[in-house]
Design a protein around this ligand. Structure first.
Ligand SMILES: *Cc1c(COP(=O)(O)O)cnc(C)c1O
Length: 226
């Protein structure tokens, strides 16, 4: 727990430094701690240290942890590839879904909504040249956004991206930021930019990220998923 506290405060200092370096206010940046593959007890420890935003990338794990933990004000972000048939469980267990990358998934999340419920969603953009990777192609984003804006149970909050391997992250995040600006022309409330992981969060902050998804730098190495 002492190590966890030390890593968390060290990363928070790095986040503050990176924000200051580019003249940004750190208060506009949310640090999500990615807890995937770690036990629910780690989420409890993080909560005790003041963490209120955690990220999971698999529905089964999200559902299991949520069943085990009930902590006031803790927000669960779903950041993984979502199968359409898991939409019901994802919608029930996530407070925000960062990885909406196709119309079918948006429709599935909408179809399972309780009356009057609104779910925060982000459009995941594929920043790589590989169409097989997660995320909508940049050219498809505005079509997907317009579709989401027609689904009243979804509240479009912004965009999400993962920097490609083997490329400088900064230009990729700048592309993402430009796409975010295009989206805001359609929905001014879509102000979130979810970008930046352990290896590249300072670049993401420089490019305008509002939500960082940081795992191993805070949690330590992930246990073997077996
Ligand atoms: C695992 C994961 C992260 C966190 O990765 P780290 O390198 O451990 O910080 C961020 N985003 C997504 C989509 C992930 O799957």
């Amino acid at each position: 727990m002492a190590d966890l506290a030390a890593r968390l405060s060290a990363i928070d200092e790095e986040i503050a430094d990176a924000a200051r370096a580019v003249g940004r206010n750190v208060d506009e940046i949310t640090r999500i701690v990615v807890t995937k593959f770690h036990p629910a007890s780690l989420v409890r420890d993080l909560y005790a240290l003041g963490v209120r935003d955690v990220g999971e990338n698999r529905q089964q794990e999200l559902t299991a942890k949520r069943a085990e933990i009930s902590l006031d004000g803790l927000r669960w972000h779903f950041i993984g590839q979502a199968q359409t048939k898991k939409a019901g469980a994802i919608r029930r267990d996530a407070d925000a879904v960062h990885s909406v990358d196709r119309i079918k998934l948006a429709d599935a999340l909408h179809r399972v909504a309780e009356p009057d419920a609104r779910l925060d969603v982000l459009v995941q953009v594929n920043l790589t040249d590989d169409q097989g990777r997660g995320g909508a192609e940049p050219s498809e984003v505005s079509h997907l956004v317009e579709h989401i804006l027609g689904l009243p149970s979804l509240r479009l909050r912004g965009i999400m991206g993962v920097a490609p391997l083997g490329e400088e992250p900064r230009p990729a995040f700048e592309r993402l930021h430009r796409i975010g600006a295009e989206i805001r022309a359609l929905e001014p409330g879509a102000t979130w930019m979810s970008a930046g992981m352990t290896g590249d969060f300072a670049d993401a902050i420089a490019a305008g990220a509002t939500h960082l998804r940081i795992g191993s730098a805070i949690t330590g190495p992930r246990p073997d998923r077996g």
